[in-house]
Unconditional design. Structure first.
Lengths: 219, 478
C-alpha cells in the first residue's frame, strides 16, 4: 500500500469510527427536499434592469446594444477614446476575424495568446454565457469559451451578454450549468471589477484583475 | 495534530501587550465597527435571512453527520474529473506531501492565494526550508509576509496595520517611492506580484467549498489573485480540511448568499471560481495538473461528539471576530493561533489539544454575540463551556479545584460558614486599604494578587444578614 492509500484508509476509518460511535444517526437525507432555497429575489423582478442596477452598484458598466454590429462599433469607439492599443479576444465564435473590422491603431490579439502578450494586453474581450439578475453577475463557462485569462489579466474586461440569457437568481444559474451534457471544467462568476480593501479598509479597484468591467447587453 | 506557530500559552502576556497598543485598538475599533455595519445592511437586504441560516446549518449538519458518505463520494467524483487527490493525517504529513510534489515538479517560485489551512500546517516555512519561494498574493497576506508577521483576522489579515506602517514597509522592502496613498501602494503590489504570477511554477490555493455531487472545488475572492494562481501556472494544488464538503451543487445557492454578506457585507464577492479538473486538451486554458490535498489534522476527532461536531460547520467568514467584545479589544495576535476570535477559541484547542491552549476557552464573556451572527448558527458559547469543563477535568488537582473543594467544605457546615465569614471580615478590616489588599499581601498570596490585579476586591459588610435579622428585624415581626 502506498503512503497515500494508507493515509486515505486511516482518515476514512477515523471518520467512520467517530460517526458510528455515538449511537443511532439520523438517516441520510438532504434537508432541502423541495429545492427551494431561502433568500431568492421576487419572481416579478425585471431581469435586465435588475442585472444592470446590481452590476452598476459594484462599479461595473453596462451598455445596451441593438445588435452585434452596433456593439462592435461602440466597442471600437470606446477603445479609441481610451487609447486602448490592443485587445485580447477569447475563442468565442463571434470574435473570429475581428482584425478586418477593428479600426486602425487597434491590434486584435487572437486566441491562443502567448503569456507575455496577454500580460501586455490593454483590454480583454469575452462573452458571458449567463447573467444573474439577483446580483449583477456574469457566468462564464469554460466549455463554451476559453475565458479564464482574457477576462482576468488585462486591466479592462469587456464582455458580451445576451439579455435572453439573464436568469433570476444564483440557483437558476447553477442548475443551468448542471444541465449541460458534461459539467464544465471551469465555471467563473464575475461581479464587478477586481477589488481590495486590505489597506486600512480603503476600497481600491483593479488590484490583480481588471479595474474596469464593461458589459455589452445584446438582445 | 497540531497548529503551526502556536503561542496560545502566552495568551495573558499577549493580551496585556495588545491592550497597551493604542494604534492597534484604534484600528480594531474602526475595522470591526465598519464590518458590523456592512454586515447588518447586507443581511437586511434579504427578507428571510434567518431561514437562510437555518438551511445552511441543516445542510452542514447533514454533511458532517454523514461525512463517511459524502467525503468518499466527493473524492471519487473529483478523481474521475482528473483531479489528483492526496491525503494527509496531520500537518507534518501534509507538508511532506507538498514538499515532495514541489520537488517532483521542480517548482521554485510558488504563488499562493489566501488559505487558512496552509497557515495551520505552516506550509510557507517548510517550502522556504526546501529552497522554494512561496509568495502570498492576496494583498493583505502579502503585506503580512513582507512584514514577517502572522494574520490577525480571518478575512482582513493586515487589519492591525496602518497605512503609514504599510507605506514604510513597502519603501523599505520594495524600494518604492514614499507614498501614503492606498491606490499607489496597491498599484505597486500589482506590478510586483504580476511579475511573480508570470514566473510561477506552481499555484497553491485554499478551498471554500467542495461539491460531492460534481467533484468540484469553489474559491471565492475579490482581488483576482486566486484566479491568477489557479489559471497561470502549469500545476495547481488546492489544500482543504476534510470538512469543506457540500452534498449538491445547488447548495451553493445558500452559501453564496451567506458567506459574502457575513464576511465583508457584499452581496457577492467579485469572483467565484468553480474548478472541476485540469485542462482536457492543450488548447484549453488552465493548469495541466490539478492536485488536491485533503487534511485531517485532528478534524475527524471533532466529529465524534455532536456538541463539538458543529465547530466543523464554520465557513470562515470572520463575522464572530467582528462581533466579539473581546476580539475588538485584543485583536487576533493575542490568541496565538492562526484561528483567532471566538471561532479560534473553540477550534484551536480542539485541533491542538487543551494543554497549550487552556486559556482560549476563557477568552470570552459568554455574551453570545458570536452565536447571534454566525451564518451557520454554531453555538460557540456552548462549545466554550464544554471546553472549559474538559479543561477543569484535566486539572482536577489544580489550585482552582483545590480552592473550590475547600469552599465546598466550609459551606457544608453552619459553624464553618459563620466562622469563615467572621475571619474574612476581621482580615478585611485589618488589611484592606481603599478597597484593595496591600501590595505586600498581594505579593505573598499570589492567587489573591492575580485576582485583585484587574478587579475590585469586595469588602464584606460589618454585619451579616443573619446577624442583622436576629438583632433587629425579627423583633419587628408581628
Amino acid at each position: 500500500m502506498t503512503r497515500n492509500e494508507e493515509a486515505k484508509e486511516a482518515i476514512l476509518q477515523r471518520v467512520g469510527q467517530a460517526l458510528n460511535g455515538g449511537g443511532v444517526r439520523a438517516p441520510r437525507k438532504h434537508p432541502i427536499t423541495d429545492q427551494h432555497y431561502a433568500g431568492r429575489p421576487q419572481t416579478d423582478l425585471d431581469l435586465v434592469s435588475s442585472f444592470q442596477e446590481k452590476l452598476e452598484s459594484v462599479g461595473g458598466k453596462v451598455i445596451r446594444a441593438q445588435n452585434l454590429e452596433q456593439a462592435f462599433n461602440e466597442l471600437w469607439s470606446i477603445c479609441q477614446e481610451r487609447g486602448i492599443r490592443n485587445l485580447a479576444c477569447s475563442d468565442a465564435p463571434s470574435f473570429r476575424d475581428l482584425t478586418d473590422q477593428a479600426p486602425e491603431g487597434l491590434e486584435i490579439l487572437d486566441f491562443p495568446h502567448e503569456q507575455a502578450e496577454l500580460l501586455e494586453a490593454e483590454a480583454g474581450l469575452s462573452e458571458a454565457q449567463l447573467g444573474i439578475a439577483e446580483t449583477g453577475t456574469l457566468v462564464l463557462d469554460g466549455e463554451q469559451e476559453n475565458h479564464r485569462l482574457t477576462s482576468l489579466v488585462p486591466p479592462v474586461h469587456i464582455a458580451f451578454l445576451s439579455s435572453k440569457n439573464i436568469v433570476l437568481h444564483l440557483g437558476e444559474a447553477l442548475s443551468r450549468a448542471q444541465q449541460a451534457r458534461s459539467f464544465p471544467r471551469t465555471l467563473t462568476f464575475i461581479t464587478g471589477p477586481s477589488r481590495t480593501a486590505d489597506i486600512e479598509l480603503t476600497l481600491v479597484v483593479g488590484v490583480h484583475g481588471p479595474r474596469e468591467l464593461v458589459v455589452f447587453l445584446l438582445p | 495534530m497540531a497548529i503551526h506557530h502556536l503561542e496560545s500559552v502566552f495568551f495573558r502576556e499577549k493580551v496585556a501587550e495588545a491592550l497597551e497598543d493604542q494604534t492597534l485598538r484604534g484600528a480594531l475599533q474602526n475595522a470591526t465597527g465598519l464590518f458590523r455595519q456592512r454586515r447588518l445592511a447586507a443581511t437586511a437586504s434579504l427578507s428571510d435571512w434567518e431561514k437562510l441560516r437555518d438551511q445552511a446549518r441543516a445542510i452542514k449538519a447533514e454533511t458532517l453527520t454523514h461525512l463517511d458518505h459524502y467525503l468518499p463520494e466527493f473524492v471519487a467524483k473529483a478523481e474521475s474529473n482528473g483531479i489528483k487527490v492526496h491525503w494527509a493525517r496531520d500537518h507534518q504529513e501534509a507538508c511532506q506531501v507538498i514538499s515532495q510534489l514541489v520537488s517532483e515538479k521542480q517548482a521554485r517560485r510558488i504563488v499562493k492565494s489566501k488559505s487558512m489551512t496552509t497557515e495551520e500546517i505552516g506550509l510557507n516555512h517548510v517550502l522556504e526550508t526546501d529552497g522554494a519561494e512561496p509568495i502570498e498574493t492576496d494583498l493583505g497576506e502579502w503585506i503580512i509576509q513582507l512584514a514577517g508577521e502572522t494574520p490577525s483576522h480571518i478575512i482582513v489579515p493586515a487589519i492591525h496595520k496602518t497605512k503609514a506602517q504599510i507605506a514604510d514597509l513597502f519603501v523599505d522592502q520594495l524600494s518604492i517611492e514614499p507614498t501614503q496613498d492606498a491606490e499607489e501602494l496597491t498599484k505597486a503590489a500589482r506590478r510586483i506580484l504580476r511579475h511573480h504570477f508570470a514566473q510561477a511554477d506552481m499555484g497553491i490555493s485554499g478551498v471554500n467549498f467542495a461539491i460531492a455531487e460534481t467533484g468540484s472545488i469553489l474559491i471565492l475572492e475579490n482581488e483576482g489573485n486566486a484566479r491568477m494562481s489557479t489559471s497561470l501556472p502549469k500545476v495547481h494544488l488546492a489544500v482543504m480540511g476534510l470538512e469543506k464538503i457540500l452534498p449538491r451543487l445547488a447548495d451553493l445557492e445558500v452559501f453564496l448568499r451567506l458567506l459574502p454578506r457575513s464576511g465583508t457585507g457584499q452581496h457577492l464577492t467579485s469572483y467565484q471560481s468553480i474548478l472541476s479538473g485540469p485542462k482536457r486538451n492543450p488548447d484549453q486554458e488552465g493548469p495541466e495538473e490539478l492536485h488536491l490535498l485533503i487534511l485531517d489534522n485532528g478534524r475527524s476527532a471533532i466529529l465524534a461528539e455532536e456538541i463539538t461536531r458543529q465547530s466543523l460547520a464554520c465557513i470562515r467568514c470572520g463575522a464572530c471576530l467582528n462581533a466579539c467584545p473581546v476580539y475588538q479589544q485584543i485583536g487576533g495576535h493575542a490568541y496565538g493561533s492562526v484561528y483567532p476570535g471566538p471561532i479560534g477559541a473553540i477550534i484551536t484547542p480542539q485541533l491542538a489539544g487543551l494543554s497549550e491552549t487552556k486559556n482560549l476557552p476563557y477568552a470570552s464573556s459568554l455574551c453570545g454575540a458570536c452565536r447571534d451572527v454566525c451564518p451557520v448558527k454554531i453555538d460557540i458559547p456552548e462549545i466554550l463551556l464544554h471546553l472549559r469543563a474538559k479543561s477543569v477535568e484535566a486539572h482536577e488537582n489544580g489550585k482552582e479545584a483545590k480552592g473550590f473543594r475547600m469552599w465546598a467544605w466550609i459551606n457544608r457546615s453552619r459553624f464553618r460558614f459563620v466562622w469563615a465569614h467572621r475571619l474574612a471580615r476581621l482580615g478585611g478590616r485589618i488589611f484592606m486599604k481603599n478597597g484593595q489588599p496591600p501590595q505586600w499581601l498581594q505579593r505573598r498570596a499570589p492567587v489573591l494578587g492575580a485576582w485583585a490585579k484587574h478587579r475590585q476586591v469586595p469588602t464584606l459588610a460589618k454585619r451579616s444578614f443573619r446577624e442583622i435579622w436576629k438583632k433587629e428585624l425579627s423583633r419587628k415581626q408581628p
